[in-house]
Design a protein around this ligand. Structure first.
Ligand code: AMP
Length: 302
C-alpha cells in the first residue's frame, strides 16, 4: 500500500559532540519519506521556500518519492537549529523558524486523496488534521509530534489525536503530553486520547510499543559510531510505517516486526549527519541489520 506523509522539509543547523553542520537538508517529512521509500511508494506534502535548492528535490525524486504535493512558496524554508550533549538522547532546540509553514494551506493533489496509509509527521497539529481531512478513507493513520507543539498547541494536538490509530513519540514527550511521570500510566492516558497503539522512542535505550493487550520492547542497535541523532525518530517512523504499508497487515506480529524495521532505519540514520547515511544505504544492508537485531534479542531455554 502507498503511504502519504505531511511534515516539515527543512534546513537544519546541528551541533553534536562529534561535529557541526549548518543549513543541511532535514525536516521530519524528509527523514520519514526517505526511510519509508526503502519499503513502499511515498507521497510527500510540505512546503519549501524559494531558497530551497534543486539538488535536494532531485535527491527526493531519485528515492522514488512523489513530490507533486511539495509546494514552493515565496519566502524562506523552515529552519531548525539544535544541539546535543554527550547525552545524545535529547536535542536542545536553539531556534525554530516556521517561515513558509506559517501560511501554508495544503491542497492535496487528486492522486493523493485515496492514500490508504497516512503519516502525520511532526508539524503543526492544525496542518496535520487539515491534510487528514482531505484523504477520503485511510485504513491506517499514524502521527508524531514534539514538545514545541505539546507546549504551544495542546488543544489542537488532542483534537488531531482523536483521529489517529498509532502515535509515535519520544519518552520525554509522552510524559509531558500525559502530564504523568510513570511511562506505563502515561501510555494508558495517551491511548485514552484516541490512538490504539503507542510507540515510545527512547533513543539509545530503544523503543516500547503499547497496545490494548500487550507491550513489546526493542533495544536500539548498539553502534560504535554515532554522529548525529537528528532525524532518528523520523527515520524510525519511516521504517515502521513503510514496513506496515508494505506488508498490509496490522496485527500484533506485524507491529512488532515494524518496530524492528523502525529501529533498523534509525540505527543507520544516526551514523552520519543530515541524510548522508541514507544517501548510500543499500537494501541488503537493511536486511543484514534486521537479522542482527533478531540475533541480538533471541535467547533460548537450556
Ligand atoms: P527527530 O527525528 O525528532 O530528531 O526530528 C528532527 C527533525 O525535526 C529535524 O530535521 C527538524 O528539521 C525537524 N523539526 C524540529 N522542530 C520541528 C517542529 N517544531 N516542527 C516540525 N519539524 C521540526
Amino acid at each position: 500500500m502507498s503511504l502519504l506523509v505531511v511534515g516539515s522539509v527543512a534546513f537544519d543547523s546541528v551541533k553534536t559532540p562529534f561535529g557541526e553542520v549548518e543549513e543541511v537538508l532535514g525536516g521530519s517529512a524528509t527523514y520519514f519519506s526517505t526511510a519509508a521509500s526503502y519499503f513502499t511508494d511515498v507521497s510527500l506534502v510540505a512546503v519549501v521556500g524559494d531558497d530551497f535548492p534543486e539538488a535536494h528535490l532531485t535527491f527526493l525524486k531519485e528515492r522514488g518519492i512523489n513530490i507533486d504535493g511539495l509546494e514552493r512558496s515565496a519566502g524562506r524554508t523552515f529552519r531548525w537549529k539544535g544541539e546535543y550533549s554527550y547525552q545524545l538522547n535529547e536535542a536542545k532546540t536553539l531556534e525554530t523558524e516556521l517561515n513558509v509553514f506559517e501560511t501554508f494551506h495544503p491542497n492535496l493533489p487528486e492522486s493523493y486523496r485515496d492514500a490508504p496509509v497516512v503519516f502525520l509527521a511532526n508539524i503543526d497539529p492544525v496542518l496535520q488534521l487539515d491534510v487528514l481531512r482531505q484523504v477520503k478513507s485511510p485504513r491506517l493513520v499514524a502521527c508524531d509530534t514534539m514538545n514545541f507543539w505539546i507546549e504551544g498547541k495542546l488543544g489542537e494536538l488532542i483534537k488531531t489525536l482523536a483521529s489517529v490509530d498509532i502515535l509515535l513519540i519520544n519518552d520525554g514527550e509522552a510524559r509531558e503530553l500525559a502530564n504523568e511521570v510513570n511511562l506505563v500510566k502515561a501510555a494508558r492516558k495517551i491511548m485514552s486520547f484516541g490512538p490504539k497503539i503507542l510507540v515510545v522512542k527512547q533513543g539509545e535505550y530503544g523503543a516500547l510499543m503499547f497496545n490494548e493487550e500487550t507491550m513489546f520492547s526493542a533495544p536500539a542497535f548498539p553502534l560504535e559510531s554515532v554522529f548525529d541523532p537528528t532525524g532518528a525518530g523520523d527515520s524510525f517512523a519511516g521504517g515502521f510505517m513503510g514496513y506496515l504499508a508494505k506488508c498490509g497487515e496490522m496485527d500484533d506480529a506485524a507491529i512488532r516486526q515494524a518496530v524492528i524495521y523502525g529501529s533498523t532505519m534509525a540505527s543507520f540514520n544516526v551514523e552520519a549527519f543530515s541524510l548522508d547515511r541514507m544517501r548510500s544505504l543499500r537494501e541488503e544492508e537493511i536486511t543484514t541489520r534486521y537479522q542482527a537485531f533478531k540475533a541480538l534479542t533471541t535467547f533460548e531455554n537450556v
